[in-house]
Design a protein around this ligand. Structure first.
Ligand SMILES: NC(=O)c1ccc[n+]([C@@H]2O[C@H](COP(=O)([O-])OP(=O)(O)OC[C@H]3O[C@@H](n4cnc5c(N)ncnc54)[C@H](O)[C@@H]3O)[C@@H](O)[C@H]2O)c1
Length: 371
């Protein structure tokens, strides 16, 4: 198969889908990998390294998109890339379609096969979301701590406090991969931390990890209200796989937060988990907006800021399935691998992932009818 690796063009997105080592694996399996010149520079890989690994370098994104049978990238295509869509092209990447109707429509109209990293699912595990969630959770608290400082618009509070002065209060909504990583950093930085989830078993696992250093609470509107309104920093990480994020933090709760408090909505890539972030993703260039005196951070590609770490972590996880698709063709690969089958969001002019079809009010086709 001819596999294309374009340069990412989303704002401040420095990752590339695969490392030279991954290119080498694909080439050894008999495939051709075409890489856009400069695609790996910001992740620390030169064009020469991709060439030595067996990749072929092309000058423009258009050449890569036009020649490839499968585009292997990181972030969802942005509107300037829709013109490259064509029937039968496989796009293997993060897609987050439930939050992006125009992209879904463009993929359907052009009969693109969209295999989304974030919905590949093995039992409860989301193996291709996990590595970036590990990064995003850590970064969320790091960024939140920065915006809690006075020069950045925050109330001017240090997470750890100092002897004789109380630490800041961090509330983490959702105790999954992002929530656990965020908790790890918040606890490590000395904050007082409460974690809320509807999954009590998951909260129990966090208590096993962090012991008395955190407080856990069942997630319901009253508990969320109480915690959010008291928090210095809210990190929201809730996910119902494939669906738009539930809006757990209301406008009223935000209005009741103290001036200079910070909200980090990590779930923004699934449409945002607060009423104030819905339809308002931000970028690394312009990462925050204010709601009254509350600082809101809603960057949809947080791991892109630490590309040297993120590219390795992402490529380590995605190469396995990329190889499967390339070796067997998408239909056979999907038929033989149930977790990959759940990754197929669009095919042959249909939405083939039920939560996306439901959230967008679009026609759904069972993937089994197409393979
Ligand atoms: N912005 C970014 O750059 C970025 C990067 C990585 C991941 N993400 C996003 O972060 C989100 C979380 O990812 P994850 O890997 O941690 O998912 P996960 O499935 O591991 O965790 C989600 C958690 O949310 C909990 N949850 C569901 N409904 C809830 C509710 N009503 N109240 C409280 N908790 C609830 C679930 O029980 C689960 O524990 C996803 O939307 C993902 O796409 C964003």
């Amino acid at each position: 198969m001819i596999i294309g690796v374009p340069k990412e063009i989303k704002d401040q997105e420095s990752r590339v889908s695969c490392t030279p080592a991954a290119v080498n694996q694909l080439v050894h399996a008999g495939h051709t990998v075409i890489v856009e010149k400069g695609a790996g520079i910001e992740s620390g890989f030169t064009d020469e390294e991709f060439k030595e690994a067996g990749g072929e370098l092309l000058d423009t994104a258009k050449e890569v998109w036009d020649k490839a049978e499968m585009i292997y990238k990181v972030k969802e295509p942005i509107p300037s890339e829709y013109k490259y869509f064509r029937e039968g092209l496989i796009i293997y990447t993060y897609l987050h379609l439930a939050a992006d109707k125009p992209l879904t429509e463009a993929m359907i109209e052009n009969k693109v096969i969209g295999i989304a990293f974030e919905t590949v699912q093995d039992g409860r595990r989301l193996p291709l979301l996990k590595p970036m969630s590990e990064v995003a959770g850590r970064m969320a608290v790091q960024e939140g701590a920065k915006f809690l400082t006075k020069p950045q618009g925050g109330k001017g509070k240090l997470l750890q406090g100092v002897p004789g002065v109380a630490p800041a209060y961090v509330v983490v909504l959702g105790a999954g991969t992002v929530g656990t990583a965020a908790t790890r950093i918040a606890v490590g930085m000395g904050a007082r931390v409460t974690v809320l989830d509807v999954n009590v078993d998951r909260l129990g696992e966090l208590v096993d990890i962090f012991g008395d250093e955190i407080e856990t609470l069942y997630s319901n509107p009253l508990n969320i209200k109480k915690c959010v309104e008291e928090a210095d920093m809210v990190v929201s990480t809730v996910l119902i796989p494939g669906h738009k994020a539930p809006k757990l933090v209301t406008k009223e709760m935000v209005e009741n937060m103290l001036p200079g408090s910070v909200i980090v909505d990590v779930a923004i890539d699934q449409g945002g988990s607060t009423e104030v972030t819905e339809g308002h993703p931000t970028t690394h260039t312009d990462p925050i907006f204010m709601v009254g005196d509350v600082v809101v951070y809603a960057v949809a590609n947080i791991p892109g800021a630490v590309a040297m770490t993120s590219t390795h972590a992402l490529s380590n996880s995605t190469t396995k399935y990329g190889l499967m698709i390339a070796n067997k063709g998408w239909k056979k690969a999907v038929a033989e691998c149930p977790e990959l089958k759940l990754g197929v969001n669009t095919a042959e002019g249909y939405v083939t992932y039920k939560p996306v079809a439901d959230d967008l009010g679009m026609e759904y086709k069972d993937i089994d009818e197409l393979i």
